[in-house]
Write a protein that binds this ligand. Sequence first.
Ligand SMILES: [Fe+2]
Length: 334
Amino acid sequence: MPLNEKEQNTDPFNELTPFTMDEIEDLLEQLEDSELNGKEQINEEISTIDSVKLTYISKMVDDASSQIEEIFKTVKQTNALPLDEIKSEIIPVIEEVTEIPHVYHLFKELHSKDEYTHRHNICVGVISGMIGKWLGIEGQELQDLELAGLLHDIGKTKIPESILLKPGKLTEQEYLEMKRHTVYGYQLIKKVPEINESIALAALQHHEREDGTGFPFHLKGHQIHRFAKITAVADVFHALSSERVYKPAFPFYQVISDMNNGVYGEFDRTVLYVFIRHMMATLVGKRVELSNGNKGRIVLNDPYDPMYSLVQIGEREWVDLQVMKDISISKVHP
Ligand SMILES: [Fe+2]
C-alpha cells in the first residue's frame, strides 16, 4: 500500500493541503527575487566541484568492487570470512562514500557501470549506511550496519555458478537453492566469533517482507531485524536502478514509486519513508520532464508525502503533483 494511503489513517495532518496559499505566495516572491539568477550560478559552481568529487568516489568504488571480488573468491575457496581485511580495506571506502550529500547524482554514476555483482555489494553497504545515518544510527552500530549491507549476499558464494550465472529462467529446484543463499550467508557469518549477530541476521532476513511474503521463513514485520529491513530497501533500490544483462536500469521515479506501492513486497514504512524523503530532497532544484510533456523544475517536496513535488513550469506556473495525481515526473535531468 502506498505511504500516502497509510498515512491517511494515522496522520492528523492529512487534511492539510500540501502547499498553503501563503506558502505558494512566499515561493512566488522568492522566485521573483532578483537574486535568483545569482543563486543558480552558485549552484552550478557547486555542481562542478561535485562532479570532480563524484569521479573520485566512483574510482574508489571501482577499486573496492575489485577487492571485494577477490575477498569473495577467498570465501568461496576457504569457507571463512576475512573480517579484518574487510574492516580495514572496504569499510573505510563505504564510510567515505556515505558522506556524499548529493546521493541522486552519486547513484546515477554508480548504476551506469558494466560490472554489477560486486559493485552491488559495495552499493548496498553504502545505501544501508546512508539510511542508517538518516535514522540516527551512529558509531559501532553504523559500522555494523554498513558491514551487514556489504555482506548481505555473501551466501551466494555457496550457490553453484550453473545456477548463479544461468541466463534463462531457473527451474523450481534451482530457485529453491538460490533462495538458500540467505541461510548460507547466516551460517558463514555466524562462524566468525567476533562479528555482531545483527550482521548474520541481515544476511538471513534481507528477503523477508513486512507482510510475510518474503523468504526463507515468511517472517512478518515485528519478527524482522532492523538491519534486514534497511538492507532490503538498499538491495532492491540498487538492483532495480542498475542495468543488468536481462533488463535495463529502471528510471528513479519508477523504482521508488513501485517500491512505495508494494510491487516488490512491503518494506518497513519508516525505513522506506526516510529513504524516499532524503532521496527526493536531493532533487529540489533539478530540471524535470512531466508525463504530460511539460518541462519544469522541482521547487519543493511535500513533507508529508515526499513522493510528490511542486514543479515550476515556465515563469509563473506551478504544478502540485500531490493534487494533479494523473501527472508524474517522467525524467530527471542531471
Ligand atoms: Fe539476496
